[in-house]
Design a protein around this ligand. Sequence first.
Ligand code: BG6
Length: 490
Amino acid sequence: GEEKKALFIIFGGTGDLANRKLYPSLYRLYKKGYLKDHFAVIGTARREWSNDYYREIVMKNIEELTESTEHAAAFASHFYYQSHNVKDTEHYVNLEKLACMLDEKYQLEQNRLFYLAMSPKFFGIIAKNIKEQNLLTENGFDRLIIEKPFGHDYDSAYELNEEIRASFTEDQIYRIDHYLGKEMIQNISAIRFGNQLIESMWNNRYISNIQVTLSESLGVEERGGYYDTSGALRDMVQNHILQVVALLAMEPPTRLKDSEIRDEKIKVLRALRVYNDEEVRKNFVRGQYGKSTIEGSTLHGYRKEANVDPESQTETFVAGKLFIDNYRWAGVPFYVRTGKRLAEKGSQIDIEFKNVPLNLFQEEAEEDLPPNVLSIFISPVEGFSLKLNTKKIGPGMRTEPIHLTHTHSAEMTANSPEAYEKLLLDCLNGDATNFTHWDEVAASWIFIDAIRQAWNKVECAFPNYPSGSMGPIESDDLLKRDGFHWHWEP
Ligand code: BG6
């Protein structure tokens, strides 16, 4: 690839995200030549580390990807550590000194990428100090990458945005939603806009319902403290699920360019029907996992997890039925669900088409033809499947469903760039397609807040689904009531 020149300043440089995602992704970009001689990384965090120790840690985190120790060491030599208290203005002065030195040394053309990989409570103060202590440059680019969560409701998101906008313009802000970096999420636009067969039927005349399942088998693991104040609605629905819905539902953009795509996504999110309490009760299901014993080993319930309130009302599962009130989607339910400690890890989208106007095969079979379904496999398998009715071999005219399936080979999937690698490269290129605009965040929170507020008024009898199941039974009822069922099954 073409070499990019930039200084990365990573706040939270000793943290989990930096270690697990950012350093390996930077190394992958280095291997591919996007990063070469003209880049440097400053890691900052509270701990007192030396450059040497930091480089050791970086090398440890890229171990599995390393070509040779020399290659890894050459990469790590671009890393610098500075201990930092985000509230202390003096520290930003030091940071600026180091940044200028590195700019000279590596000829970075004053391009700076600030990555906030730490607790969101510091986002505002860091953005403020970056500007006030003159870390923004005159000639190169200044870009700010922000990790989720972006607020915990509309008001806090608005406030946070105001704080950040005091230092950065909207087009300098890159709000991460790592689902947008996934190969198969990006593929939604390809399959829709590259195929007349698909896009001509992509509306309420032919589609009966759309389903999005983001199922996880793990529990909250070490993140109980964060998760218990968040819950599945904020952790997965407000961001990942609504982003996927927006990509599925948007009008074709005039060009595949960030500004055009975002405009279309914003329209979808603003068209989401915001529910009143009664509608929330009818259309949204929450769950929390309880303990269960599977093959002799016991998984304990959510309330027994570390740093979780033993009487927690936090949901670890959400299923919901959404409506997008516009011409294309009027009357088409979008069913979404996500949860922890479900039967299997799997992310999938299913598009169910309406039935043929008349079933000519009824005389022979006396049963309904199953609907055509287009499935998009996001992970762990990547690919597509289209379910069609065809003639069953033999006499007469019985039908049977078949699946036209294409999946990326395990090798292709393994070699496809990681979400974070792609997103970092996008940001270096100034391409904001796969990041969320403030207007998207705002519209999402308005929709989510209505649900959260309705829920807060009523206690739920948690736990209400055993670990290893597919959530509470009401999640299935949500579709059954409408004559549908979830297509994705473990
Ligand atoms: C994160 C959530 O945004 O997404 C986690 O905070 C969740 O709780 C994760 O586990 C799921 O991402 P993926 O890529 O593993 O499906």
